[in-house]
Design a protein around this ligand. Structure first.
Ligand code: FAD
Length: 575
């Protein structure tokens, strides 16, 4: 495609994740010409690699009819611990169901998940606000585009190759009834698709985040949205009146400008891969390589460009935290893989301790809260980040510890030799394990003894592990009396280091209820919008439920496009 000076669109969207795709789709649906620029070779962003769950309170789909605006707001009020922009928070609650209705009007298939909100003991918490999207036939994007959408990490696929939807993932993760049949069905479906096998190794069955992004992009392309990959935002262009009129981009070093008649939407994700911004914003040290988002993609370039023209930021001290673990990538020398351990840390027959050997959290609570606890403990003791996940042979039998898969898939004899005592530690007794990981022996022995007593009686008086529906969802129902507490008593004993990883950064550009970027005085910067993790979260310091990053990304993408379309209509009188 020939590109260069003179490119002009009604709307330019920077970044092709969920926020950007929704902004583009909605704007095009309102009759505007739209270009998405994406700096990477592949499009879809972190969103396409994700679980694709969206948190939408008061959506009104079957089961949720008795949810309400007031109920959602009272739940949010009960869990948010820092001052937030109330107008923006209310806008999220009001607009999210409208955004969902728009998706459904385009025949994007939405399902209500059974997933407890992350603070199930708070007023008006529910278990039906997290939504999933049905699988998408990737080939509907066209043969040129289908292999170019980002896909799930290998670790979220069966044997690193076959895509799985969430029910399949949970069935296999818990080795639930029928899991063998699930495996056979997945393999059969993939290998019988001979036509696709001739074209690509890639499963045409897009699931989870790839399904969400597949549907959004199919609808966007149908409406004429253009996508330019390997095109990176460098600067925002501002006219004399202070309105943003376009972007300066680079493509393999060649810089050129693209004009936007009515708006630029910054949707270039967070800054989790920018070490300087992490060091500037976060209260405790953390490394880019602890993030579980696509390597080196989201470096806060939209935020930096907007700050240069006077934009303000908010909630930047926060990440969407999730415990992660780093392992060498097999068959690829010098590469590491980041493994999420969100649900592993709360499984029975295990405990997490800081490097002094102290417990610091209910390990089974939501992953973001787990990360918050790591940060707090690090600030207090200087001995967290990383902490240790300690477990026994019973745990090892059934569950993953980050990238250390359960025995059935990866018995000890198949663990690469160079992982032992570097990434995974094993010993015959708890005391020997403590020595290996340099944690005081007496402390670890005491913690383990306490946990064994809690497992016997079924309650954890220290941190109440296993008390809530959320905790129990990822416990083991066969473990009685508490599905999250099992004795840590069967040798050998193991430990893996757990980092304070993330799903992206939570803070970003300060925006109003329509997604307009605000300057230091609180006034909107003309024609500039930010959505998704490029913007500060409406939720401040918290993570209300599964899908609480993509729900708002889609909602404010939708809101921003509406605002742009309204202004465009006022100017042209035509739309
Ligand atoms: C494994 C995993 C599972 C997850 N599951 C869920 C879930 O189920 N539900 C949920 O709510 N959240 C989930 N998350 C978090 C969620 O995926 C992200 O918070 C969300 O996708 C962010 O969306 P976004 O549109 O802001 O950014 P992204 O999807 O990351 O998109 C940003 C895009 O901008 C591009 N870009 C960056 N800089 C530039 C530039 N200078 N110029 C042009 N383009 C640029 C990037 O390459 C990227 O494609 C998960 C995350 C991970 C890693």
């Amino acid at each position: 495609m020939q590109v260069g000076q003179g490119d002009i669109y009604d709307v330019v969207v920077v970044g092709s994740g969920s926020g950007g795709a929704m902004a583009a789709l909605r704007a095009a649906d309102r009759g505007l010409s739209v270009l998405i620029i994406e700096k990477e070779h592949k499009f879809g962003g972190t969103s396409a690699t994700s679980g694709g769950v969206l948190w939408v309170p008061n959506h009104g789909l079957p089961g949720n009819e008795d949810d309400s605006r007031e109920g959602a707001l009272s739940y949010l009020k009960a869990i948010i611990g820092v001052p937030v922009n109330q107008e923006r928070l209310e806008a999220f609650v009001d607009i999210a169901p409208e955004m969902l209705a728009f998706m459904r009007s385009l025949d994007i298939p939405v399902n209500v998940g059974v997933w407890p909100d992350y603070f199930p003991d708070r007023p008006n918490a529910r278990s039906d606000r997290s939504l999933t999207i049905s699988t998408f036939d990737g080939r509907k994007l066209g043969d040129a585009r289908y292999p170019l959408m980002r896909e799930q990490y290998n670790r979220f696929k069966l044997f690193g190759r076959y895509s799985m939807d969430l029910p399949e993932t949970f069935t296999l993760m818990m080795q639930a009834k029928g899991w063998r049949r699930t495996v056979i069905n997945i393999l059969r479906r993939y290998h019988l698709d001979r036509e696709t096998r001739r074209a690509s190794h890639r499963d045409r069955r897009f699931t989870q985040g790839a399904a969400l992004m597949g549907w959004l992009f199919q609808k966007a392309f149908e409406r004429g949205v253009e996508l330019r990959t390997e095109t990176q935002l460098q600067e925002l262009i501002v006219d004399k009146a202070g309105n943003v009129t376009g972007v300066e981009v680079s493509n393999f070093g060649r810089r050129y400008t693209i004009s936007a008649r009515y708006g630029v939407v910054l949707a270039a994700g967070g800054y989790e891969w920018n070490q300087q911004l992490r060091d500037r914003f976060y209260p405790v040290p953390g490394l880019t390589r602890h993030s579980s988002t696509p390597e080196d993609a989201n470096r806060g370039e939209g935020l930096i460009a907007a700050e240069k023209i006077g934009a303000a930021t908010e909630h930047t001290e926060q990440g969407w935290w999730i415990p992660t673990m780093r392992l060498p990538m097999r068959h690829a020398s010098n590469f590491n893989e980041i493994h999420q351990a969100a649900f592993d840390v709360g499984r029975p027959h295990s405990v997490c301790v800081n490097r002094n050997g102290n417990r610091f959290v209910n390990e089974a609570m939501g992953y973001d809260s787990f990360g918050q606890a790591m940060v707090e403990d690090q600030l207090k003791t200087g001995a967290n980040c990383p902490c240790w996940l300690v477990f026994d042979a019973n745990f090892r039998e059934k569950f993953s510890a980050g990238g250390l898969l359960p025995n059935i898939l990866m018995p000890d004899r198949k663990v690469p030799g160079d992982w032992w005592d570097h990434y995974v530690f094993r010993a015959g007794t708890v005391a020997e394990l403590a020595d290996k990981i340099h944690v005081p022996r007496d402390m670890l022995e005491k913690v383990v003894a306490n946990m064994n007593e809690y497992a016997r009686v079924g309650t954890d008086p220290e941190f109440h592990r296993g008390d809530t529906a959320y905790d129990q969802m990822f416990g083991d129902p066969s473990c009685k009396p508490n599905p999250c507490l099992g004795p840590i008593s069967r040798p050998p004993f193991y430990a893996v280091p757990i980092n304070n990883g993330d799903l992206g950064s939570k803070g970003g550009l300060k925006c109003d209820a329509a997604g307009r970027v605000l300057d230091q005085t609180g006034s909107p910067i003309g024609h500039l919008y930010a959505v998704g993790n490029q913007a500060g979260t409406p939720f401040g310091d918290t993570y209300p439920g599964a899908g609480a990053t993509i729900g708002p990304a889609l909602t404010f993408g939708f809101a921003a496009a509406n605002d742009i379309a309204r202004r465009a209509a006022n100017q042209t009188g035509a739309r």
